[in-house]
Design a protein around this ligand. Structure first.
Ligand code: LMR
Length: 340
C-alpha cells in the first residue's frame, strides 16, 4: 500500500473516529485496536497477538476490541511502520531488526552475531536498563514501546549444505532491513538482499535469492522447507520483537482502560515468552518430518568457526549502534569478542 493510501486510510480513520465520538454515548462502540503483523498465526508472535486480543476483551469487559491482521494481510514490513505513525493501525510487533529505517539504529544491537547464548541472557537485557533506554528512544517518533516478545535463534538455510562459513560464500541471502545483518552476510562473503518478509518464499522459490536466515517457526510456517534443501542450526543470532503502539492513541485512552490493557500486555508477554522455544522446537520436528529439508547440527568446532568469522561485525557496527550500548549488553551477557 502506498503512502498516499495509508494517509487516506488514516484520514478516513480519523473521520470515522470523530463520527464515533459524536455517537459514542448512544452507540457504546468499542475502542478498536488494529494489530498488524507479518507472520503466520501459528507462530510465537501470531499466537501471542491472539492471546492479547482475548485478554484485552476480557479485562476491559468488551470496551476494547483488538483486530489482529496476520501474515502481512494489511501491511508489509515497511508500510506497517508508516501506518502506525499516521494512526492507520494502532499496534505492531516488528522484529527488532526493523527499527533502523525508523531512525532508531540502536535496536540493531540485538542482531549482532552470537551476542546472546540463550533466552535468559536476552531477557536480562530486555528487562534491564538497555531495554528501557531503547524503548524510550521511540517516543520522539510518536511511538510507545510496550513489551519485548521472543521468537528465537536463527538458522541459515540454502539449497546446498552449510557446515562452514565458506559454504555461504557468493550466495544471495535474504535479510531483514538491518545494517548489522547486511554486515553479517558480508563477513561470510555472501550477498545480502534486504526484502520484506512476505516476499521471501517466492524469492527462494524462483531463485531471486539462494538462502536466508530465520528462527525455525518462521521457516516452517512460511513453508520455506519446501524450497530450501538444507538448514543449519547455527543459532548465530536472535530474532525477537518490540510490541509498539501509536503514542497519541495510547496516551488518549481512558486511564482505566489503559491500565487494563497494560495488564493484558503483561500476561501476553509472559505467554509469548513461555511458548517461543516450544513452538520453535515443535516446528523443527515438523521440518524434519516433512523430509524436504536436511537439518544439520554443527559441531562445537564448526560453531566456533562461524563465531570467528562473524565477530568482526561487532567492531564494524560500533559506530552505528553505539559502543556504550554494545558494552552494556556485553556486561550482562559476558560476551567477550577478544576471547575468540
Ligand atoms: C523476518 O522478516 O524475517 C521476520 O522479521 C519476520 C517476523 O516478524 O518474525
Amino acid at each position: 500500500m502506498k503512502r498516499n493510501t495509508i494517509l487516506c486510510t488514516a484520514i478516513t480513520g480519523a473521520a470515522v473516529a470523530l463520527s464515533f465520538a459524536v455517537g459514542a454515548v448512544q452507540a457504546q462502540q468499542p475502542i478498536v485496536i488494529k494489530f498488524s503483523h507479518v507472520v503466520a498465526q501459528d507462530t510465537p508472535k501470531g499466537l501471542a497477538a491472539e492471546f492479547f486480543a482475548k485478554k484485552a476483551a476480557e479485562l476491559t469487559k468488551g470496551k476494547v476490541k483488538v483486530e489482529v491482521y496476520a501474515n502481512s494481510t494489511l501491511y508489509k514490513d515497511k508500510e506497517e511502520m508508516e501506518a502506525l505513525q499516521v494512526g492507520a493501525v494502532q499496534m505492531l510487533a516488528p522484529s527488532l531488526a526493523k527499527f533502523g529505517p525508523l531512525g532508531v539504529k540502536e535496536f540493531e544491537v540485538f542482531d549482532l552475531p552470537y551476542i546472546f547464548d540463550n533466552y535468559a541472557e536476552l531477557h536480562a537485557v530486555t528487562t534491564g536498563k538497555v531495554g528501557q533506554n531503547l524503548m524510550a528512544k521511540l517516543e520522539p517518533r510518536g511511538i510507545k514501546g510496550l513489551a519485548f516478545w521472543d521468537n528465537g535463534f536463527k538458522a541459515f538455510s540454502a539449497n546446498t549444505p552449510i557446515k562452514t562459513p565458506d559454504d555461504l560464500k557468493g550466495k544471495k541471502m535474504r535479510i531483514q532491513s538491518s545494517k548489522v545483518l547486511e554486515e553479517e552476510m558480508r563477513a561470510l562473503n555472501a550477498l545480502p538482499q534486504s526484502m520484506a518478509f512476505s516476499e521471501v518464499y517466492q524469492a527462494l522459490q524462483t531463485g531471486v535469492v539462494d538462502g536466508t536466515e530465520n528462527p525455525i517457526s518462521n521457516f516452517y510456517t512460511q513453508k520455506m522447507h519446501e524450497v530450501q534443501k538444507h538448514l543449519s542450526l547455527t543459532n548465530h543470532g536472535y530474532l525477537g520483537y518490540a510490541v509498539i503502539v501509536n503514542k497519541k492513541f495510547w496516551d488518549g485512552l481512558p486511564a482505566d482502560v489503559r491500565g487494563q490493557l497494560e495488564e493484558a500486555m503483561k500476561q501476553s508477554t509472559k505467554y509469548a515468552n513461555d511458548i517461543a522455544k516450544q513452538k520453535n522446537d515443535e516446528d523443527l520436528k515438523s521440518v524434519q518430518a516433512s523430509g524436504k529439508t536436511v537439518i544439520y547440527n554443527p559441531t562445537d568446532a564448526e560453531k566456533l568457526a562461524f563465531k570467528k568469522a562473524l565477530v568482526s561485525v561487532h567492531k564494524k557496527m560500533e559506530s552505528r549502534i553505539g559502543a556504550d550500548i554494545i558494552n552494556e549488553v556485553y556486561s550482562v551477557t559476558k560476551f567477550d569478542p577478544t576471547k575468540l
